[in-house]
Design a protein around this ligand. Structure first.
Ligand code: TNX
Length: 754
């Protein structure tokens, strides 16, 4: 009865906000009739195009229908009957191109765009009104009235084709992914240390030599070896033209990025005269930042880059040319007589000013050809080039600073927009690290609160970056962007404050079916079980808590045993092994496993003398005795405690005197990320927890795998109740290492006592 009343109420309530439609990004306004009804699109539907230049939109619709529903529509100016899609223009005067109106009723479908983009987006919306999965000859389209327009003018996706090379076919597919999400900027990262990917006629060695490397590291940096496989590829100028046209037909602007002055090893390898030391150089087989960069002193560098940019600008009609500007070490410039001479002549105060000179000189050239530069936020250091647009990637601050200096900004802050980060805490494949789940992307707000209304107008939009160090194939690339790209599309399109995560979650179920229809790979992390480890009240083990957001019944088992039981609350774990939890939803089984390493310290009372850094707090001291080793480097930083320039000292109470013979401290070592093992560790013991006697010290750090390692101290068997473990921070990073002169990080994840 209650339900009946509810449905009557719904029928009478008039317009409903898109509660049954599944359009992503959500349109600005959706009205549906009181009583749901549908128009049916079929092979007899005719398209009437009332304006000129509408071929792109019509072709797109027909290609989509043909691919996924196996029929096409006829275009005519003299339709018979009401089975018609009418396409037209209507002035809507939205400041940003792309506004449209769409209505579906008994007279068929009507789409009117404010301009060509608008029509195209109207077609995208119509496509999303079609049933999924495809293959039906009569497609119901719900009656509705939609008015829609974008919030931001820059709605972008980036793809790094240097670290790994992607085929022209995949680039086209990627552009189609943008199109269906009503995105309009494709940032094509074409050059870097690991490969130069764009043919430049005047300098053929850039691709002949710079396009290839003789191997790639295996696994996460620094890697477990090198695969020694000759790897590379490049895009010919004809292929580039093909991509630019393909994108333009979808109202997508391709912005090429030619990296300078850093990330230049591939170019230097091809033409060693471009570097300060003149080589020899090699195309890099590992990831990171390299000291050899374009020489900023020699005019020949600038002449070369201008020649390259001439060819690039001839290929890409884009107003923006991205010139990189990030992560440029000044090591070589400091020693290079030509760079130093230039600094002297120009009275530049330091190498940052030299970088600024470099970027400004290139900007002047690009501007002289009627184009503008975009640079990563490092271009703020040492003085911003006068007309540059800043891409803020090291957080939001670069964007805020640039907007305050009245420069345009594109937001790509790592925490929300780096799609090379993991989206699941149970990620099995290697990623660069970080944790950027779907909901986090969805809740991103590109305009920082601290900007005035006037400054906020400089935020043109945002973009997600797909760096491909650990993305070696198309399927992985799809997995990393989906479904996060769908979330980002709402961030960029929907009016501020109108987004609804609940509504997005509802639409996701259909969106997953669309991905299936397109046959693309995507992450199922949305369904993930949430897990946590908690202290047990009696210090007799740890509790494993699992949760799902769908209120589904969950089950548990221990691997290697046949018994399965219904999960009834946090499970006490008292022995080492692999625990597994799972549930089923929508015919899929979602499972999670956790390896526990139980020892005498596990779950015991622990006190830290000083807190870890607020950036890496873990669960405080408990993290060191929770029975979980961090087996994924920085990728799972919630499992670690980080101390910046500070020592770590922990006291564990074993509750009663116990025999012990080893203490093992699990640690991380990744000098490129400024993470060093402790100078030494020292174990002290006590019977009362007050007076401690030092027992043994050790500095014998052993790498176990990747960046994970440990220091283990062996004793001859003795008894103690309290164990104090002191880890000495190694202090300032020595010269000749990344981050030299800065405080080093000490990272630990477990203290094991046996
Ligand atoms: C930083 S973002 C880089 C890239 C890496 C990326 C990995 C930026 C301007 N530079 O070279 O691929 O981190 O997340």
């Amino acid at each position: 009865m209650k339900q009946l009343l509810f449905s009557i109420a719904l029928i009478l309530s008039g317009v409903v906000q898109s509660q049954s439609l599944n359009i992503i990004p959500e349109p600005v306004s959706v009205k549906q009739p009181r009583i749901a009804a549908s128009y049916y699109l079929n092979a007899g539907t005719q398209i009437v195009a009332l304006g000129s230049g509408l071929e792109n939109s019509i072709n797109y619709l027909n290609d989509y229908l043909n691919r996924f529903y196996h029929f096409k529509l006829k275009v005519t100016n003299s339709p018979t009957g009401n089975n018609v899609i009418r396409i037209n223009f209507e002035r809507m005067d939205n400041p940003i191109a792309g506004a449209y109106r769409l209505s579906v009723d008994d007279k068929g479908v009507y789409i009117a765009g404010d301009n060509l983009e608008g029509v195209f987006y109207g077609i995208q919306t119509l496509i999303q009104l079609l049933p999924v999965p495809g293959v039906a000859y009569r497609l119901p389209v719900s009656y509705c009235e939609i008015t829609d327009y974008p919030r931001f003018s820059y709605r972008g996706m980036h793809l790094d084709c240097s670290r790994h090379f992607f085929s022209i076919d995949f680039i086209k597919q990627y552009i189609d992914f943008l199109a269906v999400h009503k995105m309009n900027k494709f940032h094509w990262h074409l050059t870097d240390d690991q490969g130069w990917r764009i043919e430049i006629k005047k300098y053929p060695k850039l691709t002949q030599v710079g396009g290839w490397r003789d191997g790639t590291i295996i696994g996460r940096y620094p890697g477990t070896g090198n695969d020694s496989i000759h790897y590379g590829g490049f895009y010919t100028q004809d292929q580039v033209k093909e991509i630019v046209k393909y994108a333009a037909d979808r109202y997508i602007n391709v912005i090429p990025e030619i990296e300078m002055p850093g990330h230049a090893m591939a170019a230097l390898t091809a033409y060693p005269f471009l570097g300060c030391t003149k080589g020899p150089y090699s195309v890099q087989q590992t990831w990171g930042v390299f000291d050899d960069v374009f020489c900023a002193g020699n005019d020949s560098t600038y002449n070369f880059l201008q020649d390259v940019l001439d060819e690039v600008m001839a290929l890409f009609p884009s107003k923006y040319i991205h010139i990189g500007g990030d992560e440029c070490p000044k090591t070589r410039w400091k020693k290079c007589p030509v760079c130093q001479k230039r600094m002297n002549n120009l009275k530049l105060k330091d190498e940052h000013a030299l970088q600024s000179y470099f970027v400004q000189r290139i900007e002047k050239y690009v501007n002289s050809k009627g184009r503008s530069i975009i640079g990563w936020d490092e271009i703020l250091e040492g003085g911003l080039a006068p007309n540059a647009t800043v891409m803020s990637w090291r957080g939001e601050q670069g964007g805020i600073d640039a907007a305050r200096q009245n420069h345009d900004v594109i937001m790509t802050p790592g925490d929300w927009c780096y799609f090379d980060h993991s989206q699941s805490q149970n990620e099995d494949s290697v990623t660069i690290g970080g944790y950027t789940p779907l909901e986090k992307v969805y809740n991103y707000e590109p305009i920082p609160d601290s900007l005035t209304t006037e400054q906020a107008t400089h935020i043109l939009g945002a973009q997600a970056n797909l760096w491909t160090e650990y993305i070696g194939n198309e399927s992985k690339a799809e997995y990393m962007i989906f479904p996060r790209m769908s979330a980002l599309s709402e961030v960029l399109w929907c009016p501020k404050g109108s987004r609804s995560w609940e509504n997005f979650e509802r639409k996701l179920i259909t969106q997953f079916k669309r991905y299936d229809l397109w046959k693309v790979n995507y992450s199922k992390a949305y369904f993930d079980l949430k897990t946590s480890v908690l202290p047990s009240k009696n210090f007799d083990g740890v509790l494993w808590k699992i949760d799902n957001k769908f209120n589904k019944k969950m089950y548990m088992k221990f691997m290697g045993s046949d018994s399965i039981w219904g999960y009834a609350g946090p499970q006490l774990i008292q022995k080492s092994g692999v625990a597994m939890g799972y549930f089923t939803i929508d015919n899929r089984t979602v499972e999670v496993t956790q390896v526990f390493h139980v020892n005498k310290a596990t779950g015991k009372k622990i006190t830290l003398t000083a807190d870890p850094s607020p950036s890496y707090p873990g669960d405080g001291g408990f993290t060191l005795v929770n029975g979980i080793w961090n087996e994924k480097g920085m990728a799972r930083s919630s499992e670690l405690l980080g101390f910046l320039g500070k020592d770590c000292e922990a006291v564990i109470d074993l509750e009663r005197p116990q025999y012990i013979s080893t203490v093992t401290v699990h640690l991380l070592k990744d000098m490129n990320s400024w993470i060093w093992p402790p100078k030494y560790i020292e174990v002290s013991t006590s019977t009362d927890g007050v007076t401690f006697t030092p027992v043994k010290k050790s500095d014998e750090f052993k790498l176990i795998n990747g960046s994970n390692g440990a220091i283990k101290i062996n004793f001859s068997l003795f008894t103690t109740r309290y164990v104090k473990v002191f880890m000495k921070n190694p202090g300032k990073i020595p010269q000749g290492n990344p981050g030299a002169g800065y405080e080093s990080w000490l990272f630990t994840d477990e203290i094991e006592i046996n």
